[in-house]
Design a protein around this ligand. Structure first.
Ligand code: SIN
Length: 345
């Protein structure tokens, strides 16, 4: 983020203590009581909070993408945008009973445009869930997370008083794979009385929001991703060497290019990204922490509140996600089908 000059309300406040404007004219009652907007002299520039690597002010760069999204037209369903540049609820489509090819094509297009799409009231059986996800590619099985008893392609997140949710950190799924998933279809089977939302972050917006020097530096870097960071405890005793052989630590660019949209994406996360290649440990940690923190920016995010039979379908290259773990000891049961992707470039 470029540093921009700072102004406070006192820079622009021309009112004198006697209630007269500095040009000597008496003010109306209304003017006397109005407080100047603290941003009125800033011309929509962002300003740094003194002493912190934190900025205030409008994310004007998001406007172009938001307008573009709002001009898109859809033939087979209605769309309601959820976040500024990310997320759309799709209405008027049934994904349980094999949608027609042209509907599936448009769903795929909506996924690329909005990066995560949501459906309500889709009572998917495990078979229908798998069938829907398979329209978009081959499915993965996850070596460390529990599958459903009957369908190993479905990862089951069953949370309750004995477990609690541990997916409350920003991450792309399975970046420790040489070829991480292109996307995931998550179906809500049981939702808590309150909470348990999933948040998504637009990693293209996160990349574009970096200051130019950091952008250029990030684009020159690669990072190592390793399943052991998050899943060491899930590896059966004595099986670590075998799992390591099957899933060696992998290197991915810190900034990837989306294989379909061509957009640049920040591609590091705290769950799986271990270090930046060629950097000292301290510098690598500082860089990763700075880049990972971009996902905390609310303006890049959208948030989805689940109901039973809601479905989220995310583009796992374009977004990171975070499952809010605020419902303990209530129960939350979800099943996820993940679709094989391509090697990040
Ligand atoms: C996940 O991290 O894939 C699970 C997301 C969720 O349970 O909302």
């Amino acid at each position: 983020m470029s540093t921009v000059e700072q102004h406070g309300p006192s820079d622009t406040d021309e009112t004198q203590p006697n209630g007269k404007a500095s040009n000597g004219k008496a003010q109306t009652d209304e003017a006397q009581h109005s407080v100047p907007d603290p941003g009125s002299a800033l011309n929509a520039k962002r300003v740094q909070m003194p002493g912190y690597d934190v900025y205030l002010g409008p994310f004007t760069q998001l406007e172009a993408e938001r307008s573009r999204l709002d001009q898109l037209e859809w033939q087979h369903f209605d769309i309601k945008r959820v976040g500024t540049t990310i997320g759309a609820e799709i209405r008027g489509v049934d994904i349980v009973n094999d949608p027609a090819t042209e509907v599936l094509d448009e769903i795929r297009q909506a996924l690329y445009e909005y990066k995560v799409i949501f459906f309500r009231d889709q009572p998917l059986t495990p078979e229908a869930h798998i069938r829907f996800a398979q329209h978009f590619g081959e499915l993965e099985t996850h070596p460390f997370l529990p599958g459903s008893d009957t369908h190993p392609e479905l990862v089951r997140f069953e949370k309750g008083p004995d477990t609690g949710g541990y997916e409350n950190g920003w991450h792309h799924d399975v970046t420790w794979r040489e070829v991480p998933s292109m996307g995931a279809v998550l179906h809500a089977l049981q939702v808590p009385a309150s909470g348990g939302d999933t948040l998504f972050c637009d990693m293209n917006a996160a990349f574009e929001g970096l200051d130019p020097e950091l952008k250029a530096e990030a684009e020159s870097l690669t990072a190592v991703h390793d399943f052991l960071r998050a899943f060491r405890q899930q590896v059966e005793p004595g099986k670590e060497a075998e799992m390591r052989e099957q899933y060696p630590a992998v290197e991915h660019p810190v900034v990837c290019t989306h294989p379909v949209t061509g957009k640049k994406l920040l591609y590091v996360n705290r769950f799986f990204t271990d270090f930046i290649v060629g950097m000292e440990a301290e510098a690598s940690f500082a860089m990763l922490d700075r880049l990972c923190r971009q996902a905390d920016t609310l303006e890049y995010q959208c948030r989805f509140s689940w109901e039973p039979d809601s479905v989220a379908f995310w583009d796992n290259r374009a977004v990171q996600h975070y499952a809010a773990s605020d419902y303990f000891p209530d129960t939350r049961v979800m099943e996820r089908a993940s679709i094989v992707g391509t090697r990040p470039q």
